[in-house]
Design a protein. Structure first.
Lengths: 354, 305
């Protein structure tokens, strides 16, 4: 049984996430107090914006959980194979671009087919956005961390180019696309912003969990991949099929997240569509120790943080980017906790990927 | 300006000016990586340095801004070192988290100090310092010898870094730590300690690079203004084969690519500006692909102890 599964089943496994998030909130509160804000107001706004009302839960928090689940699911795959895909943000945008383009042209199709085509386009685009980093890793041993990171910036520029150029709305006034066809939009729960993407994402996580724990393929993926070795940088260690597949698969899921966001929430493409989902998902996955079930809990948590951050900015005047501080602290706490055990984890590794 | 020598001189001048912050960050990261640590947090160090320099320069002038930038970069690198080296945590994730932290912190502090309006603030910038005589050399004179202080710091740092790494005991110990922590320790090198010092010095230089970006290039601060320059610096380190002189040359190459963008835009070519925005990152990717396999990285790079 891998460490991550054991971690979440025991009480001790809950201690780390609780400690990490508590520390993050504590540091945030301290910083706010030092900057002259009222920490109580801030935390209150955080709560009200995330769980304080039916509206908050269904229209602010839960919709924000969906991209985190899709991206996070992909990252459990990548990280378990030792592939540090830090480019989910860019792959998200690539998927969003493709989904928007598809959504604008699929008006004549019956809705289920339009949605399937849109999803396929988004996944293909996301994977395509990771082809260069994957090639660089497999062929030349280039750290995918750097290459995927760099591709993020290219994606942001590409979105800007699209919404001021080929995909711009018909009146040519605003940097955004026309709304996509009704057939290409995911059904929503009436009165809320909650769309079909959420149950699909949950099913995906459950499916992955089964895959990881019950199939031979799942067993062969390493838990929390080993750090990059210099030999890999110089291209003398073959990266393996599992790694390439895991990288591309995680990118496809990140692209799907972008497509689902367009199809279920925004119905159009514009800049800053993602408030950093690609990076928040990393924190969520690490906090969940790469376990898809744990991911559902941590995604809810981070979605609540982001939803609350918006309220925090509106009500208490605190910039919403401050929530990145909490996320970063969470990642640091988790990575320190894994640090000492890390070498033990390496020696307790299961079979090397083929 | 429309004469060919004039255009060429302007091009070289812009290349050097844009290359300076990149060179500072890349040289700092070279030091860290020669010791075996890959610090993805230099993006955060650069951004923190940029904000710190803006705040300090506004209050006490541009020279104070440079110092503040270096200190801010050093502080963030210290956090990284504490977690990645002290707690032996995964370097990649730690570095990413530190850069994320910097984004949140600088954004929050910036809006707190300057308000949510987003108005461009004016900051006293660094004056260009001319070396009498040398700056009269045709075409390259002004470009190389009429720049702001940080550029001259780069000129000093390159030979200094080379000398430290290859001629001092400390530097040789650092290089040994970068090749094999076990072997270095067997020879009496305090591996963790030298790595921490190298990382912190590298962070200070990255912070200085961020300060240079504000005080000698852009002239103001904007959220997330470093836009991945720290990550480009890491690609520059690879392109330069972890040697100070070649790293500086690689940085100049990137500066030239950016200057080329200015040139095209000045010439009025109908190319969407976003393509020029993409160029540095695509160039970095090409550099990574091109160099790998022909250079040797420090063998222990990225390994946890």
């Amino acid at each position: 049984m891998s460490r991550s599964l054991a971690g979440w089943r025991s009480l001790g496994g809950w201690l780390l996430p609780v400690a990490a998030v508590s520390l993050g909130l504590l540091i945030l509160s301290t910083g706010l107090w030092a900057a002259g804000y009222s920490a109580a107001d801030a935390l209150g706004a955080l709560w009200r914006g995330s769980f304080g009302s039916w509206d908050a839960v269904t229209s602010a928090t839960l919709p924000r959980m969906v991209p985190l689940l899709f991206i996070g699911a992909g990252l459990t795959l990548a990280f378990r194979a030792g592939a540090f895909n830090i480019g989910a943000e860019g792959q998200f945008y690539a998927g969003a671009i493709a989904a928007t383009w598809a959504g604008l042209h699929l008006g004549g199709w019956p809705s289920p087919f339009a949605l399937l085509i849109l999803a396929a386009a988004a996944m293909l685009a996301g994977a395509a956005w990771c082809v260069i980093p994957t090639l660089l890793r497999v062929r030349f041993g280039v750290l995918e961390v750097i290459s995927t990171l760099l591709m993020n910036f290219v994606a942001v520029a590409l979105v800007s180019l699209m919404v001021t150029g080929p995909l711009q709305e018909s009146r040519r006034v605003y940097p955004q696309s026309d709304p996509i066809a009704a057939a290409a939009r995911l059904p929503i729960l009436p009165g809320t912003r909650l769309h079909l993407g959420l149950p699909i994402a949950i099913l995906l996580c459950l499916g992955l969990r089964v895959l990881y724990s019950r199939t031979q393929w799942g067993f062969r993926l390493r838990a929390l991949g080993v750090g990059p070795r210099a030999a890999v940088i110089t291209g003398r260690v073959p990266a393996g099929r599992y790694l390439a597949a895991a990288l591309l698969g995680s990118a496809a899921l990140a692209g799907l997240a972008g497509g689902v966001e367009v199809s279920g929430v925004s119905y159009a493409l514009f800049q800053n569509l993602s408030p950093g989902y690609g990076f928040t998902a990393i924190a969520a996955v690490l906090l969940a120790r790469l376990d898809p079930l744990g991911l559902m809990v941590t995604s809810l948590l981070f979605a609540a943080l982001e939803a609350g951050a918006g309220a925090m900015q509106r009500e208490a005047g605190i910039p919403s980017v401050a929530v990145y501080v909490v996320e970063a602290v969470v990642i640091l706490v988790v990575v320190v906790a894994e640090g000492q055990a890390f070498r033990n984890a390496i020696t307790a590794r299961t079979a090397e990927p083929a | 300006m429309s004469t060919l020598p004039g255009v060429a001189a302007g091009f070289v001048e812009a290349s050097v000016r844009v290359a300076t912050p990149l060179a500072l960050a890349a040289l700092g990261e070279t030091l860290a990586e020669r010791g075996g640590t890959i610090n993805l947090g230099i993006e955060g160090s650069m951004l923190a340095g940029a904000l710190a320099s803006a705040l300090a320069a506004g209050a006490w002038g541009p020279d104070a801004g440079l110092l503040a930038g270096a200190l801010a970069g050093l502080a963030l690198a210290a956090l990284f070192a504490a977690v990645a080296i002290g707690a032996r945590a995964n370097q990649i994730i730690t570095g990413t988290a530190v850069s994320l932290l910097a984004t949140g912190l600088t954004g929050a502090v910036y809006r707190r100090v300057y308000g949510n309006a987003g108005a461009t603030l004016t900051i006293p910038t660094l004056p260009a310092l001319s070396v009498p005589g040398l700056d009269q050399i045709p075409i390259v004179g002004h470009a190389l010898f009429a720049q702001a202080l940080p550029t001259y710091l780069v000129y000093l740092t390159v030979p200094l870094l080379w000398w430290v790494l290859s001629r001092t005991r400390w530097g040789l110990g650092l290089s040994a730590a970068g090749e094999s922590a076990v072997a270095a320790r067997a020879h009496g090198v305090p591996v963790s300690r030298v790595r921490i010092v190298a990382v912190m010095a590298g962070g200070a230089m990255a912070g200085l690079g961020g300060a240079t970006l504000v005080l000698a290039q852009v002239g103001t601060f904007a959220e997330q203004m470093t836009a991945g320059r720290g990550f480009i610096a890491i690609a520059i380190v690879v392109l330069g084969g972890w040697h100070p002189v070649r790293v500086a040359a690689a940085a100049l190459l990137f500066g030239a690519a950016a200057a080329l963008q200015f040139l095209f835009q000045a010439l009025g070519t109908p190319v969407p500006y976003q393509l020029f925005l993409m160029m540095p990152y695509l160039l970095a990717l090409a550099a990574l692909a091109g160099r790998i396999g022909r250079v040797r990285a420090p063998a222990a790079l990225g390994q946890d102890l």
